[in-house]
Design a protein around this ligand. Structure first.
Ligand code: DGY
Length: 322
């Protein structure tokens, strides 16, 4: 029997590409340049399986491919699937899988790095130094704030939120409170306690970190009103999805100094980052690199391949989303 044909939309780490080649007929993307809408649509008519990722917007037009679809499975490289029209995929019988579990540490590490960058005002200091404006050691200007004894508020106490809570509490001496939309049955760390609402968390935390999926319910979860509840010295960290935060409202809060700072790895219209954000020195901006370590990207790729292998062996893929 002919090997299933897999089209891969981005450059993958070498060991993942090698494994794919050993198992399937594969069309790789050597350049890492994203596919256009037309190219994604054509891929849906030529592949048995598509390995794509965040940024490949798989809308209804692409998924149905004008009735010429051959693709039966979309193996997403990543946990979040908000770039895929899951309803249409379900309607037309396309299986969608993801790669959870293997990126918790990398993403929690990056959230912790953003907490440190924001509270210690690293970008502000680095920019000043690079502009040649550093006049030498000084004692009392540009001071940041310490983490020990401060409160971290985690919104979304899933795997990544939990991994961050552990780092913040055990590594940096922070108290942890959290809000999760469903009840967390086994508290991640016994020292963390749940609060009754997002509003209560926003008002109490010194650092708020977002770890919710980018679904319709979470669109602009954090907007003007909730930002106004934050303490003036508080920081907002987002490594989840850009549209969880109303970016315009956040810019206004940062410009007004209503909150002390923010650390953002995700944006509403990636890869577009508003100029007003770029101009601010009380925000650290990263280009969606939460899971971007070599080890993690290999593990994610292997998980995507595991899903394809199971599917084409007529088994339920281990990480089937729907
Ligand atoms: C994910 O897994 O959803 C990340 O955002 C992409 O690495």
């Amino acid at each position: 029997m002919a090997r299933p044909k897999i089209i891969v939309t981005r450059k993958l780490p070498e060991p993942v590409e090698a494994r794919l080649k050993s198992l399937f007929t594969v069309a790789l993307n050597p350049t890492d340049a994203p596919f256009s809408k037309e190219k994604l649509t054509t891929a849906m008519t030529r592949a048995d399986g598509l390995l794509c990722t965040f940024g490949d917007k798989m809308d209804a037009d692409i998924l149905t491919a004008n009735g010429k679809r051959s693709t039966k499975i979309i193996a997403n490289f990543g946990v979040g699937t908000n770039h895929i029209d899951l309803e249409t995929a379900e309607d037309i019988g396309v299986v969608v899988t993801n790669t959870p579990g293997v990126l918790n540490d990398a993403t929690a590490d990056l959230a912790m790095a953003l907490i440190l960058a924001s509270t210690r005002r690293m970008y502000f200091h680095e920019a000043r130094l690079r502009r040649g404006e550093w006049g030498g050691f000084d004692i009392s200007s540009g001071l940041g704030s310490s983490l020990r004894g401060k409160t971290l508020g985690v919104i979304g106490m899933g795997r990544i939120g939990t991994a961050l809570a552990q780092r913040a509490h055990f590594g940096f001496g922070m108290k942890v409170i959290y809000f999760n939309r469903s009840k967390v049955l086994v508290p991640s760390i016994s020292e963390a306690h749940a609060v009754e609402s997002i509003n209560a968390l926003m008002a109490e935390a010194d650092v708020v970190s977002l770890h919710v999926p980018g679904d319709v319910d979470n669109h602009h979860l954090i907007g003007t009103e909730r930002l106004a509840l934050m303490k003036p010295g508080a920081h907002l960290i987002n490594t989840a999805r850009g549209d969880v935060v109303d970016e315009a409202a956040l810019i206004s809060a940062l410009e007004a100094g209503a909150i002390a700072g923010a650390g953002l790895d995700v944006f509403e219209q990636e890869p577009r980052v508003p100029e007003a954000l770029v101009a601010l020195e009380n925000v650290t901006l990263l280009p969606h690199i939460g899971s971007a370590t070599l080890e993690t990207r290999i593990a994610m790729g292997m998980r995507a391949v595991d899903n394809l292998v199971a599917f084409f062996a007529d088994k339920v893929p281990p990480h089937q989303v729907m």
